[in-house]
Design a binder for this molecule. Structure first.
Ligand code: ANZ
Ligand code: ZN
Length: 828
């Protein structure tokens, strides 16, 4: 029923709001941004991190990121790819829930409000989204599969429960993952995080530490994100060494990156939580003092314990000694909180001559300091006082001492990682319930789905999803339990194994789990049987270009890589890196300050779109600075872009009114060359996300066209419009269709967005040059490359820049012979 024509009468003035609404409707009707997922020939999956609705709506900073990604997508579409650019909402989780708490509106209701608001905003910005594949993480059709993945993780030994000292946010009343603690504060609400000993669900990301690190070399990602991941994973190579306790069978294992300094280990330190202390309690003569110290230390967080400038404290374990395995010397053992329980083995050999922390401690407690390298506090020196290893370089000694330890069964080479397992459970309401059941009966009989976790069963897959019940009082309780723990009808269930009364897990999983697999669902949103359809997944994945914020370097971007690897190993995915290419966009600031609600300088795109239209705002944002760098949003700047688009509009009007003979036959060689140069420049710039310089190239071209409006071919203007299309999708569509005809026949409608990206002719842009021969008195003294048509004066000037020529032509030459485009001869 689309056989009616739409009159495209161009108004005299550029009215973006009118134009934009019209084209958005038509695009949607004609599904021009919906690739044929099954049959597409050249799939290109262009993805931008989906937003989480935590406030009133998107701000201009979010739009900045989406626009950059969208420009790239539109560019690829015109290059002939079937571009898939889906959108959705990361709407489950603490950020949305905290917002609901603030507004007092139940998250279920708030989600509907946010959905409308966000989607509306994303629509008016004119992005080429595939709306038919949108998804929301709180949709049971979606989280059914989030839970299903959890079950797979559990079945494969990658999800487990353990009691551990974890981060607790008193503000959000839940535990947090290490990655969500930024400088000791909650990533969400900035409350100071405290430690709590709790039993929680974890994903075994540490099992993948090495691969996560190694694969970084293979993927094309923004360097700063790779660096952040490398640091977070924190690989350190070294050795584990056993120190025997004198008169005992017990040994203390230490981790060191410096086995070359073993002979200088003059004392040992245990972390306050080290388990061996309780085993040797009765041999410690000052146990009261030691226990009191441990109690005090336990109240401090790791950050507090190792804070810079903090005076080191500790207590010696009197009555026992350890033996340095290298020189058999007896050394005292201390407990001190500068050694952390969660790293390495929780015990160290202290080498005060070469480790600054140990040096400080040794000075305070008057402990012996024994140098074993020719210089203090260096990574590489020559060994002294080190028995048979004396004289070796540190590098060699590290290997040799490790070998010697291994041979004598006193230790071994190891690799350690700073990365901790991903703490996944949250004591909150707004998330997918963790699909696990605990049966006391089975636990007592030491039965369970996995033998190391008696009593625990995953919810049978045909019973998924475990739906989140509506709980009126959804606010976090703060008693280490989710509000779901108050809903009897939810947690009471039967054991899938023995059928006895059992209890559901009442914690929900973290939002970062929801977003760790969403990219897999988009192409398959309509598949009811699989989380991701095998055929579609093979066709569309991995993602071709992923764009997003660098602030997620060690959160989302690390989790998502880990999960893909795990699923790959289970045989569920054909790739292990979900995003072979990732680009981090820069941050948008406003008049020098980061845009944030607390500073009151947040700008919503709506007001600007209302005033200027989406095209002007898009172009303005992209013109600010290189996309990967970010930019400073200043109201004044936007007017320049407005003026630019208005000029394009009126030039188009003029061209349309010109006689067709002029439009189709006129040649202007300068413009002909410039258009080809511009095509090359814009193509390369967009490919490298340098949108700002692409726009300035378009401005230069446009100025030239405006100056020569009577004398250029229409095809030049058309190419210009195509180049502008990714930036100003609505305006270019309007002008394009108008130049084609007065009447738009929707049946035969072909959007400019489906036109071919212009190609340049390399011959036309090759700077024409020749080799100028330079002679002095007829003898060749040099050659330079010079542009065809160079003048005698210019040629002489360039030639005299050469040292080899200058030295002969001291004064003014008597005569200069110039053969155009060939040679220059100085007669002296
Ligand atoms: C002896 C030594 C001599 C060390 C020397 C350093 C320099 P990274 O690089 O972070 O892996 N260490 C080991 N476990 C620790 C813990 N649980 N808490 C605090 N410190 C710990 O650091 C490894 C080094 O940090 C190890 O190497 C150990 O000190 C210390 F000249 O052993 B070293
Ligand atoms: Zn049971």
């Amino acid at each position: 029923m689309e056989n009616f024509g739409l009159i495209l009468k161009m108004s005299m003035r550029y009215l973006p709001q009118k134009i934009e609404k019209k084209w958005q409707k038509i695009w949607k009707r004609k599904s021009i941004y919906e690739p044929d997922l099954k049959r597409a020939k050249k799939p290109f999956y262009n993805l931008m991190m989906f937003p989480y609705p935590s406030a009133e709506g998107l701000h201009v900073g979010n739009m900045y990121a989406f626009t950059g990604s969208d420009i790239y997508g539109r560019f690829k579409r015109m290059q002939g790819y079937d571009v898939f650019e889906p959108i959705g909402l990361d709407g489950f989780g603490i950020h949305s829930e905290n917002y609901a708490i603030k507004t007092g509106i139940h998250p279920v209701k708030q989600a509907k409000i946010s959905e409308k608001r966000f989607y509306k905003q994303l629509e008016i910005t004119g992005n080429g989204f595939a709306w038919k594949e949108k998804l929301e993480t709180y949709d049971p059709d979606y989280y059914k599969w989030t839970q299903w993945i959890f079950v797979q993780m559990f079945k494969n030994g990658l999800a487990y429960r353990k009691k551990a000292e974890v981060n607790w946010c008193p503000g959000c009343k839940t535990v947090l993952a290490d990655e969500q603690v930024i400088n000791g504060k909650c990533e969400r609400c900035s409350t100071e995080v405290v430690k709590k000993e709790l039993e929680q669900w974890f994903f075994k990301i540490t099992k993948y530490a090495e691969r996560l690190l190694k694969n970084l070399e293979k993927i094309d990602w923004s360097e700063r994100v790779k660096i952040a991941q490398r640091e977070w994973i924190g690989q350190s190579r070294g050795a584990e060494i056993d120190f025997r306790i004198k008169n005992s069978e017990l040994r203390i294992k230490v981790f060191t990156t410096r086995p070359d300094t073993l002979f200088g280990a003059t004392y040992m330190v245990l972390a306050p939580e080290h388990r061996i202390i309780s085993n040797i309690k009765y041999q410690i003569s000052n146990i009261k003092e030691v226990e009191a110290y441990i109690q005090r230390a336990k109240k401090k967080t790791d950050e507090e314990r190792i804070a810079e400038g903090r005076e080191k404290t500790g207590v010696e374990l009197k009555g026992i000694k350890a033996v340095n395995p290298a020189n058999k010397k007896e050394v005292p053992i201390f407990v001190a909180d500068y050694v952390l329980r969660g790293y390495g083995t929780g015990a160290i050999m202290a080498v005060p001559a070469h480790d600054e922390r140990d040096f400080e401690f040794a000075q305070k407690y008057k402990l012996p300091i024994c140098p074993v390298l020719d210089k203090a506090f260096i990574d590489d020196g020559v060994l002294v006082n080190s028995g048979q290893f004396t004289g070796m370089t540190s590098g060699k000694a590290r290997i040799e001492i490790a070998k010697w330890l291994e041979k004598n069964k006193l230790g071994k080479k190891t690799v350690n990682y700073h990365l901790r397992d991903w703490l996944l459970s949250r004591q909150r309401y707004w998330g997918p319930p963790i699909p696990m059941i605990y049966c006391e009966e089975c636990a007592e009989n030491k039965k369970g789905e996995r033998k190391e976790m008696p009593g625990w069963y995953s919810v049978p897959e045909n019973q998924l999803p475990v739906k989140l019940p509506f709980v009126k009082n959804f606010r976090p309780k703060g008693a280490d339990k989710s509000p779901l723990a108050t809903v009897k009808s939810f947690y009471e269930t039967k054991c899938p194994k023995c059928g006895e009364k059992a209890r559901r897990e009442t914690d929900v999983s973290d939002t970062f789990f929801d977003s760790a697999w969403y990219y897999l669902r988009y192409p398959s949103v309509r598949d009811k049987k699989n989380p991701w359809n095998p055929t579609l997944t093979k066709k569309w994945l991995p993602v071709n270009l992923y764009t997003g914020g660098a602030e997620h370097s060690v959160l989302h971007l690390l989790y998502v890589r880990f999960l893909a690897m795990a699923l790959h190993d289970m045989g569920l995915l054909h790739f292990e890196e979900p995003f072979p290419k990732f680009r981090a966009h820069g941050l948008l600031i406003r008049e020098g300050a980061k845009m944030s609600k607390s500073k009151g300088n947040v700008v919503t795109p709506d007001e600007y779109i209302k005033k200027f239209g989406a095209d002007i705002l898009r172009m303005y944002l992209m013109f600010l600075a290189p996309f990967e760098q970010g930019g400073d949003f200043r109201d004044a700047g936007i007017l320049g872009i407005k003026r630019f688009l208005e000029r394009i509009y009126s030039l188009s009007l003029k061209i349309k009114n010109q006689k067709s003979e002029i439009r189709n036959t006129t040649q202007n060689s300068k413009l002909n060359n410039l258009i080809h140069k511009t095509i090359k420049k814009v193509t390369e710039d967009i490919e490298n996300l340098r949108f700002n310089t692409a726009i300035s190239a378009l401005m230069i071209l446009f100025n030239e066209m405006e100056k020569n409006q009577q004398s250029f071919n229409l095809s030049i203007f058309q190419s210009f419009l195509k180049l502008l299309t990714p930036f100003a999708p609505h305006l270019t569509e309007e002008l394009w269709q108008n130049l084609k005809s007065e009447i738009l026949n929707l049946k035969s409608f072909k959007s400019i967005h489906l036109e071919k990206w212009p190609k340049y002719n390399p011959k036309l842009i090759a700077e024409k040059t020749f080799e100028l021969i330079i002679q002095v008195n007829g003898k060749v003294r040099g050659r330079i490359t010079a542009p065809v048509g160079i003048s005698k004066e210019e040629a002489a000037k360039s030639a005299l820049k050469l040292e080899a020529v200058k030295k002969y032509v001291a004064d003014k030459p008597k005569k200069i012979v110039f053969v155009p485009n060939k040679l220059i001869n100085f007669v002296i």
